[in-house]
Write a protein that binds this ligand. Structure first.
Ligand SMILES: Nc1nc2c(ncn2[C@@H]2O[C@H](COP(=O)(O)OP(=O)(O)OP(=O)(O)O)[C@@H](O)[C@H]2O)c(=O)[nH]1
Ligand SMILES: [Mg+2]
Length: 215
């Protein structure tokens, strides 16, 4: 019974996500669902990316957090449209939440919408929101055992950004092992090493975005 219930919830969510996707397509918006454990650097990466690309593309952001408008305030400071969703306890965004947030965005004036999901390495990977691609961050400070322990997000993502590479000298993070294990989970996964803090590798991430849709 419980299994059936979970399946129904996911199917209902898939339908709403599909409707969201149609609305985004009608407006010609490319949508990224950005996911990671808490603190991997999603908002920092977004702040840098927006500042680098906002003259080339019209970017909008939806921020998902359990509580506070802190991340939306950081994005607002870059001067682009942003909406904050507070899930009040839920560990992920779902299609319905995005459907409601859309009403507060100028969809006709956005080419690239980046949805920062709730910081969590598990639940966000289970719920589609209407995205074109899932982009995942893993920071080197989290440890190199994460792909095999939390495989779903790695298997769902199109791109893995390995962030905070400036900290590698202070960790025992084994880059080669992580890449090999990620490939074992998802052989289609693109992987780019970045430091949102120093800017290292950020041009490669921006190129990836440009290739996915014509900025
Ligand atoms: N050294 C270093 N620190 C970073 C880097 N990227 C982010 N940080 C720091 O990591 C901390 C968390 O960054 P956020 O961007 O808030 O992380 P987040 O993934 O948005 O966090 P949640 O939204 O809470 O899940 C901040 O103190 C950042 O300054 C990086 O590349 N290198
Ligand atoms: Mg954040």
């Amino acid at each position: 019974m419980k299994v059936k219930l979970v399946k129904n919830i996911l199917e209902a969510n898939d339908r709403i996500a599909e409707e969201n996707r149609k609305i985004f397509d009608e407006h010609g918006i490319f949508v990224i669902n950005m996911m990671s454990a808490p603190g991997a650097g999603k908002t920092t990466l977004l702040e840098k990316t927006i500042r680098a690309l906002k003259d080339t593309a019209r970017i909008g952001v939806i921020e998902g957090d359990i509580a506070t408008t802190r991340d939306a305030e950081r994005i607002e400071a870059t001067g682009i449209p942003v909406v904050q969703i507070n899930t009040n306890g839920a560990c992920h965004l779902d299609g319905n939440m995005i459907r409601e947030a859309m009403d507060d965005l100028p969809l006709s004036a956005i080419d690239l919408l980046i949805i920062e999901n709730v910081g969590n390495l598990v639940c966000p990977a289970e719920f589609k929101v209407g995205e074109d691609a899932k982009v995942m961050l893993l920071s080197v400070a989290e440890g190199d055992d994460k792909p095999l322990k939390y495989p779903l997000m790695f298997s769902e993502a199109s791109l893995l950004l390995i962030n905070k590479i400036d900290l590698i000298p202070h960790t025992n993070f084994n880059m080669a092992k992580v890449k090999k294990e990620c490939m074992g989970i998802n052989s289609m996964l693109d992987i780019i090493e970045v430091s949102a803090m120093t800017g290292q590798g950020m041009d490669k991430w921006h190129n990836w975005l440009q290739q996915k849709f014509a900025l």
